[in-house]
Design a binder for this molecule. Structure first.
Ligand SMILES: [Zn+2]
Length: 163
């Protein structure tokens, strides 16, 4: 290959690569655009209260057990999704964060809990997300609930503990 031919060849090579690079950049830009659209759609879905509530309640069994010590409360609405152990509380993905299901149920109906307050159970049943079975309590009340649960062994054993 003569020097002139080689120069010409390299010019063509660079031009060809530039085209390829440009095509690559264009394709990536389009891909990023699609990805951004997908992310914003997913985020919108994650932030849409109606969609979130529908997803939440699809994981709830409204025919749970009636609390033996508080039958007047009616049946528990039991979380059937994932739970965290050893607490046994339901957990729920919300916009990329894992939240306690019963706390979310409480806040969905009554607004955000004040700093230092917890969603506690009248029914002593950790996976229960029924709003009327929940109350806003302090850390002390939350711990007292857990101690009571430990002593009674939870809902399944309250009869034995009470007798
Ligand atoms: Zn309950």
């Amino acid at each position: 290959m003569t020097g002139a031919a080689h120069t010409e060849y390299m010019r063509g090579y660079r031009a060809k690569n530039r085209d390829r690079l440009n095509a690559h950049v264009r394709a990536n830009t389009a891909k990023r655009g699609r990805l951004a659209a997908f992310r914003s759609k997913r985020l919108a879905l994650a932030c849409d209260p109606t969609a979130v509530a529908a997803r939440f309640w699809s994981k709830v069994d409204r025919n749970g057990p009636v609390p033996p010590l508080h039958p007047e409360l009616g049946p528990c609405h039991v979380w059937t999704g994932a739970t965290d152990n050893p607490g046994g509380y339901g957990v729920f993905w919300l916009a990329g964060r894992l939240v306690r299901a019963h706390r979310y149920a409480f806040e969905m109906e009554s607004g955000p809990l004040a700093e230092g307050l917890f969603a506690c159970h009248h029914c002593d049943n950790p996976p229960c997300v029924r709003r009327s079975h929940l109350y806003a309590g302090s850390q002390a009340e939350n711990v007292r609930d857990m101690v009571a649960r430990g002593r009674q062994g939870g809902l399944g054993h309250t009869k034995a503990a009470a007798s």
